[in-house]
Structures are given as C-alpha cells and as structure tokens.
Design a protein around this ligand. Structure first.
Ligand code: M6R
Length: 366
C-alpha cells in the first residue's frame, strides 16, 4: 500500500504533482482566465461585499491559512485575519454577518476548529470549509466549502494535504478577485497558466532528493534548527520547522527572517543550522543580508534557492535549487525540499516517521 516507498510520508510527498493536479481539475480555465469553485458558487454575490475574512485552523492547516492571507489580500484586497482555532474560540471575538470564516482542516474532525466554527456560526458569519476528508464533521458544519481532493493522507505529518490546502486558497483568492473585479482577465490568464504548470515544477523540485539526503546527513545530529523566510516564505519556514520537530524531535523554530535580530540571533553559533527560503523574489536582497548576518556568526546555512542562483551560492554552506515561479506560487514549491529534508533526517535518526510519538492524525479532543 506504500506503493514501493519505505514510508507513507515519502509516498505522500511524491504524490504532490498528482494531488495538486486533482485539486485544480475542473476548477481552473487558464485560456479563459477563469476560476470555478462549485462548492461556494451560491455565495458568489456575497463575496463582492464582504468586509473581512477570518481563517481558523490548527497546526499545518494554520500555516496554509497564513499563505492564504497573503494571497487573498494581494489579489482580492479583502482584509484577512488568521487565527488559531483554540485561541479564537475562547476569546470574545467581534464577528458580524458580513464576515466570512474559512475553516481549514485536513481531517475535518479537529475539536478546536469545530468549536470555532460553531461559535462564528451562532454569531451570524458565513462559514466556508477547506477539508480533505469528504463527509467529515467540519464539511457538515459549514455553509459551503471546497474539498482539497488530495486523497487519503496516512502519515501523521501533513504533506500533500498542506500543498492542496494552499492550492485551494490560491484558487479562492483568484475566485474572490474575479468576483470583486480586483484582477483583470489577462492577469488571470497569466497566473492560471503558470499555476497549471506548478505540478511539473514540483516534480522538478522532487528531483533534488539525493542532494537533500546529503544535506540531511550533515545536519542530522543537530539539537536545534532555525527556519527563516520573508513574505510568503515565512509560513513556509514555519511549516518546515513544524515538520522537523514532529518527526525528528529536533527542536526547530520558524521565524520571519527580519525578526532574527530581535532575539533568535543570540542562538547562532557553529552548531546551529539555519534554513533560509532565499528564492529570487521581492525579498531576495533582504534575505541575502540576513544570510550574511548568520554567516558572520558562523551558523551553517542551508538555502532554498531559485535554479541558477549565484549570489546565495557564494555564502551558503548548502544550496537546494527549485524552479523559478511567480511569488504567488512560491510556497507550493519551496515546501517540497523542506518536507524531504525532515523526512531524511528523521529516518537517519531512527524515528517512526509515519507515527511520531505523542501525535495522532486527528486531534478530536481540545
Ligand atoms: O486535520 P487538521 O488539518 O485539522 O489538523 C490540524 C493539525 O492537527 C495538523 O495539521 C498537525 O499539525 C499535523 N500533525 C501537521 O503535520
């Protein structure tokens, strides 16, 4: 059932070119510059007039929410707040009938996310779900929703479900932009044409597996690791750190790269590996100066870079290349090498990758 792979996690990492295609099927029309989301179609009119979107989720799904925030604000120009479901439910949040709440959950059974939905629903908000498991509790609680169609995810560490959630959020951002008129058809044609090619780029990113294994060998005995990124590279860093913690039990933290000098920089010495999302986009130059700061303190730098990069290569100890892509799609590709890195480190440390200690696939108690 592992399809020739040693673990479900690895199988699920390799499924991503296919799972993302499945997620987009019938939803994008690149030639026409159109997105169709049948699941939320009946709210198409309402989307023209909403004041705010609140995303609620836990864990990896919350990281997907942060990517969604960047995309929805950028393209649909609707203010977005991303909340941990567990915090949101126990505050007395201000929610109105003009708010849309998007609940993200792979399993569709997460207790805190369900409670957050129930509260927002009582206060009159419209609730959309982004779930992977069809017919689970969350899809039944929401007013409408979009399934991720990633297929069953067995590994406790979320991989293909995360990239499918990000794909759905990308589609939602474009759909809302289309409804609100904040994007032109020609821009949508350009973006959707590129999105359509993302599965091929993920395939290329997967081809760095052997190199990533070599890097894993070098850092597998570390006790700590930092992950840094800017813009939508920040949620990617958070997700990279969570993955490493969960399956290898190495303490890891994700930070926005610029926050480093506000504290975490004190941790840096020759023992500290720092993984940078250093692809060529709007924050490239800034990330380069953050890399210099780490190198000046003898930290070990592992950088995820754009194919053909020369600048970062001069400074980093190890570079892992990924194909170039519009910044909007960076999280979908940059996440792949981080999943593989955690996987190999965990295997080398003899950890139970598919069923890490103390964790369950669905967290049905708060
Ligand atoms: O099923 P959900 O997406 O609601 O689960 C949320 C978190 O429990 C989940 O993402 C968790 O953080 C994973 N173990 C991450 O790999």
């Amino acid at each position: 059932e592992k399809g020739g792979f040693d673990h479900f996690m690895l199988k699920e990492i390799y499924e991503q070119p296919r799972s993302i295609k499945d997620c987009m099927r019938g939803r994008i029309y690149p030639e026409e510059g159109k997105v169709q989301l049948g699941g939320i179609k009946e709210f198409a009119e309402k989307l023209k007039n909403i004041d705010r979107i609140i995303i609620v989720a836990c864990g990896t799904s919350w990281h997907a929410g942060l990517v969604g925030e960047y995309l929805i604000e950028e393209y649909a120009r609707i203010p977005v707040e991303v909340e941990y479901a567990s915090e949101f439910r126990y505050r007395n949040p201000i929610i109105t009938e003009k708010d849309v709440v998007i609940a993200i959950s792979q399993s569709g059974e997460t207790a805190d996310t369900m409670a957050a939905i129930e509260m927002a629903k009582e206060r009159g908000a419209t609730i959309f779900g982004i779930c992977n498991v069809a017919g689970a509790s969350i899809p039944r609680l929401t007013h409408a929703g979009v399934y991720t169609h990633a297929g069953p995810e067995i590994g406790v560490a979320s991989t293909k479900a995360f990239t499918a959630q990000v794909t759905v959020l990308t589609l939602m951002a474009f759909y809302m932009a289309q409804q609100k008129g904040t994007i032109t058809t020609s821009k949508l044609i350009e973006l959707l044409t590129e999105l359509d090619n993302i599965p091929d780029k993920i395939q290329i990113a997967l081809e760095s597996n052997d190199l990533i294994k070599e890097v894993a060998e070098k850092i597998k005995d570390s006790t700590n690791c930092l992950f840094l990124g800017r813009g939508s590279g920040f949620p990617v860093a958070l997700e990279g750190a969570l993955k490493l913690k969960e399956i290898s039990y190495i303490h890891a933290e994700g930070y926005p790269a610029a926050e480093m000098k506000h504290g975490p920089i004190a941790l840096i010495d020759e023992e500290m590996p720092v993984v940078f999302i250093a692809t060529q986009n709007s924050s490239y130059e800034k990330v380069i100066s953050n890399i210099q700061e780490v190198k000046a303190r003898k930290g070990k730098v592992i950088a995820i870079v754009t194919q053909g990069d020369t600048e970062v290569k001069k400074m980093a100890d190890y570079c892992i290349e990924i194909p170039d892509a519009n910044e909007a799609f960076l999280p979908l590709i940059a996440t792949i090498p981080l999943q593989l890195l955690s996987y190999h480190i965990a295997v080398m440390r003899g950890c139970n990758v598919d069923q890490p200690r103390n964790l369950a696939k669905s967290v049905t108690v708060e």
